[in-house]
Design a protein around this ligand. Structure first.
Ligand code: V4E
Length: 223
């Protein structure tokens, strides 16, 4: 069942008081919230080496995984796009099945089936998953006047990094090109002139607090 799947297309950006003013000119603040994220992987990084990110936020699970076309890694023989695109899965039984398929060795097929639940974490230990990153984010969100479906988030992480995101959620099978065009247009309206992809919170977190995992993911071109 894939009722809960959509694709998140986004571009991250660095911001200062001028960017904030530009956002307030073209957008409307729709709220501020704070949340804690925990990310999980095996000790040998089986998920993140496959550019797959398992997260718990406010007791809800989400799996971000690559789309059929490129997601976060470089396009073959080419430059990294400023945008990333990831499938987002929020239905826990499907997350469990996908994670299990990604991390189980072929010899271990046919083992017992767990029915995962938000209240019972035993599926994490069954799949040898441990928390490798935990941080709190304060987020201000904006929608744009006259541009449907675009959200801008300004994130401040508790480890001292802040980053913005222009984001469009596309239902599976939806129009990715139009999403990217909306993001490009919004970046232009904000006067952003990023030429390279800006690091997300996780990249900075790993570099500071999980240097071994950071180095391995960097050399595998995941980050
Ligand atoms: C996909 C991904 C990671 C998971 C965290 O994703 P991100 O969108 O950065 O976090 P957040 O808090 O904004 O989630 P939201 O609230 O939007 O659901 S960690 C690393 N990646 C891959 C990745 C990458 N390689 N490069 C960039 C610029 N971003 C993400």
């Amino acid at each position: 069942m894939e009722l809960t799947m959509s694709v998140e297309v986004e571009q991250k950006f660095l911001f200062d008081s001028d960017t904030l003013k530009a956002i307030e000119d073209i957008g409307v603040c729709v709220g501020q919230k704070q949340f804690q994220d925990q990310y999980f992987d095996t000790a040998d990084f089986k998920l993140t080496l496959q550019d797959t990110w398992l997260r718990r936020r406010k007791q809800s699970w989400e799996l971000k995984c690559p789309t059929a076309t490129f997601s976060g890694t470089a396009e073959p023989g080419g430059e990294r796009s400023l945008c990333t695109q990831y499938k987002e899965i929020t239905y826990l039984p499907e997350i469990y099945q996908r994670v299990k398929a990604l991390i189980k060795d072929s010899g271990e097929e046919g083992e017992k089936e767990t029915t995962p639940s938000a209240e019972d974490d035993s599926w994490l230990s069954e799949l040898n998953l441990c928390c490798f990153a935990e941080f709190t984010t304060t987020r201000r969100s904006f929608t744009l006047k006259g541009e449907e479906g675009v959200q801008i988030d300004l994130d401040q992480a508790d480890f001292g990094y802040h980053v913005g995101e222009i984001e469009v959620l596309v239902p599976e099978g939806g129009d990715m090109q139009s999403a990217k065009e909306k993001i490009r247009h919004t970046a232009q309206r904000l006067g952003l002139n990023e030429e390279r992809r800006v690091a997300g919170k996780m990249t900075v977190y790993l570099e500071r607090y999980r240097p071994e995992q950071y180095a391995i993911l960097l050399s595998a071109h995941v980050l």
